[in-house]
Design a protein around this ligand. Structure first.
Ligand SMILES: Cc1cc2nc3c(=O)[nH]c(=O)nc-3n(C[C@H](O)[C@H](O)[C@H](O)COP(=O)(O)OP(=O)(O)OC[C@H]3O[C@@H](n4cnc5c(N)ncnc54)[C@H](O)[C@@H]3O)c2cc1C
Ligand code: FES
Length: 253
């Protein structure tokens, strides 16, 4: 671990990765602390936890995390110089293809993969609009990771008072809405609303889903989601980014 900084209620942590492959936006890594990773004396260690890449800057990988439980708490309290085990890049990320106008839609800890996607799109001169939703103004500190974001908050303390999907609906029904490709990451209810809005309008949309992940490389089948056409995919190898149109719904956790 080379850095651990606060960003509102979140932490942005960095790890040196000089020899690793360059990850695609939307790919993820399994992280674990080098020491004191669960269990205590005689106890069992935790499994590694999954995190989307926020950015690769030089030889460093950056991640943004929220302390929601024992694993994220341990990672959030690591200090520069402490051991951090990094496995990845894993999974299938976003595929922007020849997108000309991109709508990025994020919520909470769903913002990180949209940041590296926006960097990539801007580098290819693709027009991007970023819409992001948070619980409050404090959480909306993470919006500063994006270029020109439009913010919604649940409590109205900054930006639009309401859901980010209300901003999305307006955008899709406004001028040029039908030319957009949507890229989204966030909580299941948000992603399900994005999916429905895009399917109703027959718009292309890619959703970065989350699920509990025990292994991260296809071995445990703990991350399966069902498809509209029948059958299942494993999110850690076939996703986490899936085409919205292959899903009958975004599963709740
Ligand atoms: C592909 C992928 C990318 C992710 N990217 C990020 C990221 O960039 N930043 C970030 O903060 N988190 C991210 N997560 C979620 C992160 O992996 C979980 O928050 C973490 O595993 C929780 O571990 P814990 O031990 O702290 O808490 P746990 O005790 O394991 O869980 C704490 C709470 O979080 C819920 N939870 C656990 N895992 C998940 C999950 N995967 N999705 C949703 N809720 C969960 C539990 O139900 C529980 O309520 C990602 C998950 C996946 C699968
Ligand atoms: S997390 Fe084990 S198969 Fe996907």
């Amino acid at each position: 671990m080379t850095a651990n900084e606060p960003l509102g209620p979140y932490r942005v942590i960095a790890a040196a990765d000089p020899a690793g492959p360059v990850p695609a936006a939307g790919q993820f890594f399994m992280l674990s602390a080098g020491e004191r990773w669960g269990g205590g004396e005689g106890g069992r260690p935790f499994l590694p936890r999954a995190f989307s890449m926020l950015r690769r800057e030089g030889d460093e990988l950056r991640f943004m995390l929220e302390d929601v439980g024992p694993g994220t708490n341990r990672l959030a309290t690591l200090e520069p110089g402490d051991g951090l085990l990094v496995v990845g890049p894993l999974g299938a990320g976003f595929t922007p293809g020849d997108t000309r106008r991109a709508l990025l839609v994020g919520g909470g800890v769903g913002v990180p993969p949209l940041c590296c996607l926006q960097d990539e799109l801007l580098a290819h001169r693709v027009e991007t609009t970023a819409l992001v939703g948070f619980r409050s103004a404090t959480h909306a500190a993470a919006a500063t990771l994006l270029r020109d974001p439009r913010v919604a908050t649940d409590d109205g303390s900054i930006g639009h008072h309401g859901l980010v999907t209300e901003l999305l609906e307006r955008e899709l029904d406004g001028a040029g809405g039908s030319e957009r490709t949507v890229f989204a990451c966030g909580p299941p209810a948000m992603l399900e609303a994005v999916r429905r809005l895009c399917v109703e309008r027959a718009l292309p949309a890619q959703l970065a889903l989350e699920s509990g992940m025990a292994c991260g490389f296809g071995a445990c089948f703990g991350c399966v989601v069902s498809l509209r056409a029948g059958g299942y995919v494993r999110l850690c190898v076939d996703g986490p980014v899936l085409d919205a149109h292959v899903l009958a719904e975004v599963p709740a956790h």
